[in-house]
Design a protein around this ligand. Structure first.
Ligand SMILES: *[C@@H]1O[C@H](CO)[C@@H](O)[C@H](O)[C@H]1NC(C)=O
Ligand SMILES: *[C@@H]1O[C@H](CO)[C@@H](O)[C@H](O)[C@H]1NC(C)=O
Length: 456
């Protein structure tokens, strides 16, 4: 899809006249062929799976290697906005949100929040329907035939080849685009507005695993980190967005970024940023950097990350940051639990032991308890948003192994659970009477019940 868009953006649009018609056809054919190569790196599944390492997936088999060939054998579950149970051996596209259902022990997947937010909404691309494309090409062929039958049908092969060669020159590859963008970004003559639009283009490009790695190898990360440290709020925000998108499910970028000092820069900027919009995006970048990366998680903890997060949590009255923080912590807890859990699918992964060893050094749960999170997370239950409460309940369950004593002696938590239970039972009842789907509220009741049983 992307290649197609790229071709039409950077190739065909610049050519005039009849020639452009012919070239456009060639471009379209070329793009279409690229996009539909069965084993090509540009098909949707391939491009989402291409990173191999740490897609949103918790499956160790799908998270370790970068080998594209391996991925061909994986069955890929396409997530939507509802939770679906992940069967053994199934993989999910990068950025999906995978959780462990603590009641059933099964893994469930849906579209990741950042995917939903940053991709579906802000980046809704004009998609090109293959049928539409075929119709357009057919029409073009007919027009060309009627215009100039002999000349167009019997053009010398050499001439066609020349057109093809010109095309290669005209179609700017992603690598060339990124090189140009980074040079412009780095140029002292670029204005802030120009830098902002460059960041937007980069953010779009780095969703592709290869592009994000190219950004690293071109030294782009340090420019992005400078942007994060800039005094301009919009530059900070958009730099964080580029960093987060590049690091998401991309182990190579994660390693580069942490080596380049991204963790410290992000934590500093999280501690100092005043605007919610900046905090949100920096938090997104931080979460991308930490996911499936125990080394970074350990350094996050030793650099006082939890203290900074708890300050943010306390200061956030609206609840959106609280929810994102709690979700991020929940993801980190379950990711570690899954590594140590003998999953439903046998693990044939030689690096598994090493990963267990690395995760063993991340004492997240203990630190959460020491830094007061057993008392903090329950505060999120007081939100009026179902979704926020759900996140809180899941996190509370995940933290239960270290927090139970504190839960038991927390009258406001016990009170919240009791009143939420009544509220959701009532919601289930009224939805059922109305004949509406009550499954979400039923799930909430079950979460509350499970937690109450533990606390009892
Ligand atoms: C940015 O420009 C400086 C010189 O002005 C150069 O040393 C540096 O390598 C450039 N960085 C990138 C990523 O192009
Ligand atoms: C960020 O900017 C401050 C000054 O505004 C500077 O002291 C610090 O070294 C910069 N950090 C990075 C990583 O560039």
């Amino acid at each position: 899809m992307f290649q197609m868009l790229c071709c039409s953006r950077h190739g065909a649009a610049v050519l005039p006249g009849w020639r452009s018609c012919c070239l456009l056809l060639l471009v379209l054919l070329r793009c279409w062929a690229l996009d539909h190569r069965p084993g090509g790196a540009l098909t949707v599944v391939e491009s989402t799976m291409g990173g191999g390492g740490g897609t949103g997936d918790e499956d160790p088999e799908a998270t370790v290697d970068d080998d594209d060939d391996e991925d061909d054998n994986l069955e890929v579950l396409q997530p939507n906005e509802h939770w679906q149970t992940l069967k053994p051996g199934q993989a999910v596209p990068a950025g999906s949100h995978v959780r462990l259902n603590l009641q059933t022990g099964q893994r469930e997947v849906r579209l990741g929040e950042e995917q939903l937010k940053y991709w579906t909404q802000e980046h809704r691309e004009p998609s090109i329907d293959p049928d539409e494309l075929k119709r357009a090409m057919k029409k073009m062929k007919e027009e060309m035939k009627s215009q100039d039958s002999v000349a167009s049908r019997f053009r010398p092969l050499e001439e066609l080849k020349k057109d093809m060669a010109e095309l290669d020159l005209l179609v700017e590859t992603d690598v060339q685009i990124m090189k140009r963008l980074l040079e412009q970004f780095n140029s002292s003559s670029s204005s802030t507005e120009q830098r902002l639009s460059i960041l937007l283009e980069l953010e779009y490009l780095v969703h592709q695993v290869d592009n994000a790695q190219t950004l690293c190898s071109m030294g782009g990360l340090s420019l992005i980190l400078d942007g994060l440290n800039s005094s301009d709020i919009r530059l900070q925000e958009n730099s964080a967005l580029v960093l987060g998108s590049a690091a998401a499910s991309n182990p190579v970028v994660q390693v580069h970024a942490v080596e380049g000092g991204a963790l410290q820069t992000l934590l500093t900027s999280l501690a100092t940023a005043q605007q919610l919009s900046v905090r949100k995006k920096v938090l997104f970048a931080l979460a991308s950097l930490l996911r499936h990366f125990p080394y970074a998680q350990r350094h996050f903890l030793s650099h006082g990350g939890l203290t900074i997060l708890s300050e943010l949590f306390r200061a956030d009255v609206g609840g959106i940051l609280r929810t994102r923080i709690v979700t991020m912590l929940y993801d980190m807890i379950t990711e570690k639990v899954l590594i140590f859990q003998a999953g439903p699918d046998p693990v044939q992964d030689p690096s598994h032991e090493e990963r267990q060893r690395q995760y063993a050094q991340v004492s997240l749960q203990e630190e959460l308890m020491e830094k007061g999170w057993c008392r903090l997370v329950p505060q999120l239950l007081q939100s009026s948003e179902h979704d926020y409460r759900e996140k809180a309940l899941r996190a509370l369950l995940a933290m239960a192994p270290v927090c139970l004593d504190q839960y038991r002696s927390d009258p406001s938590l016990l009170g919240s659970l009791h009143s939420l239970q009544l509220q959701y039972l009532e919601l289930v009842r009224s939805e059922t009477i109305l004949g509406d789907d009550s499954s979400y509220f039923t799930e909430m009741v079950e979460l509350i019940d499970t937690l109450q049983v533990k606390v009892r």
